[in-house]
Design a binder for this molecule. Structure first.
Ligand code: NDP
Length: 283
């Protein structure tokens, strides 16, 4: 069997049409405020892509670039200003930040109703109650891709590899809400030599680690759905965490890397922004 490709772009294009229609229904174009501190080529790429997607959806993108020497206090003061600026609907802090700035500390100052990354403790907490209006973007992208497969998650063995705050942990909660049986593997699982044992039983396998070839293709269960979140540069190629060719012989669905989760992540950010804007629009 050769797996169906679970591509992100066609799905992202479909969701963007829905977002555009919602933007057109708002009383004024929503505004996404972006903050970048210092020079960083990676952040420049994200900003360029976010600006392009925003503009294509009728969203105003306001970028504030601060000097490398900006202090935590100065950054927090800008966040507070944007929190009280009624023309701003969402705030995103570009990563990476300079080493002297603690992301967790400063990001907690973003108002929970302007948190388009879905990472404010209040929004994360709402996932537990199944009441979240905004979801962490990458985890939300994975849920959208799973939806495309048409698989009913009820009672399915889902194995997540990686327990980061932006992917593995929120996903585990979101999948529990669908009554999947969720196993979360991490560095401790690997060190105990038990990673393959868990992966082999996965009917749905989600991997978000950042280590090329960590998941051997032969571990993948026949008919499994495989979502590879990992992004790794190997020579001049970008690859995921799963050995793609071997896994694709066994899986029923598999995401390509690049082209799977990646194209959806920024779309989820825009969806969160429109949800935040809709909420404000009702006042
Ligand atoms: P983190 O580094 O925050 O998390 C990686 C996770 O993998 C941690 O839970 C870590 O455990 C675990 N881990 C590390 N080594 C092993 C191992 N040998 N076996 C099992 N688990 C291990 O990364 P992120 O979650 O931010 O990102 C993960 C990957 O996804 C990266 O490649 C990143 O580039 C990509 N990514 C892709 C996105 C997209 O849009 N496609 C968006 C976001 C991320 P511990 O912390 O205990 O060591």
């Amino acid at each position: 069997m050769l797996a169906n490709l679970l591509e992100g772009k066609p799905l992202a294009d479909r969701i963007k049409l829905e977002i555009k229609a919602k933007v057109e229904g708002l009383s004024k174009p929503p505004v996404l405020a972006s903050i970048q501190v210092g020079e960083n080529a990676g952040a420049d790429v994200y900003v360029k892509s976010q600006r392009k997607v925003s503009e294509s959806l009728g969203i105003e993108y306001r970028h504030e670039k601060m000097a490398q020497s900006t202090t935590e206090e100065e950054l927090i003061s800008l966040i507070k200003k944007l929190n009280t600026d009624n023309s701003v609907n969402g705030i995103i802090i570009q990563m990476p930040l300079p080493a002297h700035i603690d992301y967790k500390k400063v990001s907690n100052y973003v108002a929970s109703d302007k948190d388009v990354e879905g990472m404010h403790p209040e929004n994360i907490g709402k996932i537990i109650f199944g009441k979240a209006k905004v979801l962490p973007c990458t985890a939300a992208a994975v849920m959208e891709l799973l939806n495309v497969t048409g698989l009913d998650l009820y009672g399915k063995e889902v194995v997540i590899v990686g327990h980061s705050e932006i992917v593995g942990k929120p996903l585990a909660l979101m999948l529990l809400d669908k009554f999947a049986t969720v196993t979360v593997c991490h560095i401790g699982t690997s060190k105990a030599g038990k990673l393959d044992e868990h992966v082999r039983k996965a009917e749905v396998l989600i991997v978000a680690v950042g280590r090329a070839g960590l998941i051997k293709g032969e571990w993948v269960k026949d008919g499994a759905v495989v979502i590879d979140v990992g992004i790794n540069r190997v020579g001049d190629k970008i690859v995921g965490d799963v050995e793609f060719d071997e896994a694709a012989k066994r899986a029923s669905w598999i995401t390509p890397v690049p082209g799977g989760v990646g194209p959806l992540t920024v779309t989820m950010l825009m969806r969160n922004l429109v949800e935040a804007a809709k909420y404000r629009d009702t006042f």
